[in-house]
Write a protein of this length. Structure first.
Length: 256
């Protein structure tokens, strides 16, 4: 398939320009330090819960930084015309970039989680296998989700700055989505939010990640405050599909 060629090229580019190595080092240092502090503090608790705080605060932004130039930069420099002169469709370009960037970021997070696990074992921490494995799988999904979202945004513009700003806005809104809903409701309507709006407050990618993590990891991540319903994985998969479909639609209709 043509998109596989694009994906391989995109992955190699991320390694060649050093973004994979630097992002891996940065996140591995954060997860390793978190694991070390957790293991040596003697305060108990679940390592995966501490790591989830780092993950939700850092990984989405790193995904945006790593993927926002994927297509916008190619358009801005004119190199996209060379790519499209080969037997690749615009849909292939977007899908290939999405798969390539997601693969690179998943590899980055995989290394970072391995560093956290080894650090915990070396410094006397404890790891509950199912909890850590479930948390790890959900975290890899989160990384892929925001990488694909960033590619979808990049496909919608030829400005790398606009793609970056849009990605940061999406991540920021996602992190604060329940609070933004509550603020909007109390400001416009007043009073407490109705139950259905509380439900909507759990539809963003971050809350979907928490639901997925609890579903996969079990009661060990109960302190994340999510219900662990099957809606979580559906939402987590649905968001990147929506953004990449919109990106393909936008990219297909513009004049290069």
């Amino acid at each position: 398939m043509s998109w596989r060629v694009i994906a391989r090229k995109d992955s190699r580019d991320a390694v060649r320009d050093g973004s994979f190595q630097w992002n891996t080092l940065f996140i591995a240092l954060l997860t390793g330090a978190t694991s070390y502090l957790h293991s040596t503090s003697g305060g108990g608790g679940v390592l995966s819960v501490d790591l989830s705080i780092v993950v939700t605060a850092v990984v989405p932004f790193v995904a945006v930084l790593m993927a926002h130039e994927s297509i916008a930069y190619e358009r801005a420099t004119g190199r996209i015309r060379t790519t499209l002169a080969l037997p690749h469709t615009r849909r292939d370009v977007v899908l290939g970039a999405a798969v390539g960037r997601a693969t690179v970021l998943v590899a980055t997070i995989g290394v970072a989680l391995a560093v956290a696990a080894v650090t915990a074992l070396v410094f006397g921490g404890t790891i509950e296998p199912r909890t850590f494995l479930g948390f790890g799988v959900a975290t890899l999904l989160l990384a892929a989700v925001f990488a694909v979202i960033a590619v979808g945004l990049s496909a919608g513009t030829r400005s790398t700055t606009l793609a970056l700003v849009a990605g940061i806005v999406v991540v920021t809104v996602s992190l604060g989505w329940p609070a933004l809903l509550a603020f909007g409701w109390t400001t416009v309507v007043g009073g407490s939010m109705p139950p259905w709006l509380h439900t909507v407050g759990g539809w963003d990618p971050i809350r979907a990640y928490a639901k997925t993590a609890v579903l996969l990891a079990g009661t060990g991540l109960g302190s994340l405050g999510a219900d662990g319903s099957v809606v979580g994985p559906l939402l987590l998969v649905g968001w990147p599909v929506l953004f990449v479909a919109a990106g393909i639609g936008r990219f297909t209709g513009v004049d290069l």
